[in-house]
Write a protein that binds this ligand. Structure first.
Ligand SMILES: Cc1ncc(COP(=O)(O)O)c(C=O)c1O
Length: 375
């Protein structure tokens, strides 16, 4: 339990998730790819309108599956530095090299113009991250990818329920990776999913996901036996967690609407405070799911604001220390100063609580405390 009066996240769990978890425990061993995982896969395919959906043990596992399926040794993948370590780890573990790219100052998403400059003969893929559940500039990114014959891997860990020009995020590129981590909009504690419309990609991914065996085909009755056919990992999701994720996906529209309502009220309260606050906004053609509600303030004020908010019982936080300026980033040859927009956003961003059921009175309290600290 969080010790904060208003935590940063709160899973939207009810009796349905509890009942489903118990049912899954009573009906099997909890291993992956039993009936609840199959139903989760079907629900994902239908709700996202994709051909293939593989539940995974985490969003990280889905990213590793994407990279292991698409990349080979010494390929380069362009990825924002303003993201979680899982993105770069997945690229490196596949034998490839992450090439860090700067972001757009307004959306905090990968900057297509900066991206294009990083392409060379070794580039094999672009990994985009839909930060906070708001779409990257996918038209520009797909154009660049097509022109240069690159894969597009969508890290949609934040983005279930969000869309771009009416297309669901995670289904626009070659593969999409979702997270059902306990902090995400759809939460099963740990969990994730890998989706694609490409049969060839799905075929290799389902083998890698099942320890390098063709067990998935065997389970579908397509083979008499299964055996080791490729290098693989154990990336499947327990049926117990699939049961919880399935109930959550059924509530996705409700979860998204509740977040949008809370975010809209938060914006209306914060707009009145101070012109120094940079507030988040929904760009044209983008339908956001408000996974994250992040404001920006001057550098000198940022840490003080977070500290004071926390003292008032509000779990505010910084978000994403850039990968390029991390200890591991240095080992890859990067240094502070390499990606100025990323560094500016990271140094000025404050994440505020956002979850379904965040009350108007709590939002009033958050706004009043911010006003008190900043004035
Ligand atoms: C952008 C992004 N990608 C991937 C992940 C990893 O997801 P998971 O925690 O489910 O492994 C995270 C985690 O928060 C994330 O923020």
């Amino acid at each position: 339990m969080s010790t904060f009066k208003i935590p940063l996240h709160k899973p939207f769990w009810g009796r349905e998730e509890e009942k489903a978890a118990i049912l899954a425990m009573r009906s099997g061993t909890g291993v992956g790819d039993l009936s609840f995982s199959e139903n989760l896969s079907e629900e994902l395919k239908q709700s996202l309108n994709v051909a293939y959906a593989l539940p995974t043990g985490s969003g990280t596992a889905a990213l590793e599956l994407a990279c292991d399926s698409l990349l080979k040794k010494d390929d380069e993948v362009i990825v924002p530095s303003f993201t979680f370590s899982s993105c770069a780890n997945a690229i490196i573990l596949a034998g490839a090299k992450p090439i860090f790219c700067d972001i757009d100052i307004n959306t905090y998403n990968i900057d297509p113009a900066a991206l294009e400059k990083l392409i060379n003969k070794k580039t094999k893929a672009i990994m985009v991250v839909h930060y906070a559940g708001f779409a990257c500039d996918m038209d520009k990114i797909l154009n660049i990818a097509r022109k240069n014959k690159l894969y597009v891997i969508e890290d949609a860990a934040h983005a279930l329920g969000a869309s771009y020009k009416d297309k669901k995020l995670g289904t626009i590129g070659d593969v999409g990776c979702f997270s059902f981590h306990g902090t995400k909009n759809v939460a099963s504690g740990e969990g994730g999913a890998f989706v694609t419309n490409e049969k060839k990609i799905s075929h290799i991914a389902e083998i890698i996901r099942e320890k390098g065996t063709n067990r998935s085909a065997f389970m579908r009755g397509e083979r008499k036996k299964y055996t080791w056919v490729h290098v693989g990992k154990s990336l499947i999701l327990s049926d117990i967690l699939s049961a919880i994720a399935l109930e959550q996906i059924k509530k996705l529209d409700t979860i998204t609407m509740m977040r949008r309502k809370s975010a809209s009220y938060m914006l209306s309260r914060l707009e009145k405070i101070n012109s120094k606050l940079i507030l988040p906004h929904e760009p044209d053609n983008v339908y956001g799911n408000w996974h994250i509600f992040a404001i920006r303030v001057p550098r000198l004020v940022r840490d003080h604001l977070i500290k004071r908010l926390r003292a008032y019982g509000i779990e505010a936080s910084f978000h994403y220390l850039p990968l390029h300026s991390s200890k591991m980033g240095a080992k890859l040859g990067y240094k502070v100063g390499d990606l100025p927009v990323t560094e500016e956003v990271s140094a000025t961003l404050v994440r505020l609580p956002m979850y379904p059921g965040l009350k108007k009175s709590e939002i009033d309290y958050i706004a009043a405390v911010i006003k008190k600290i900043l004035l």
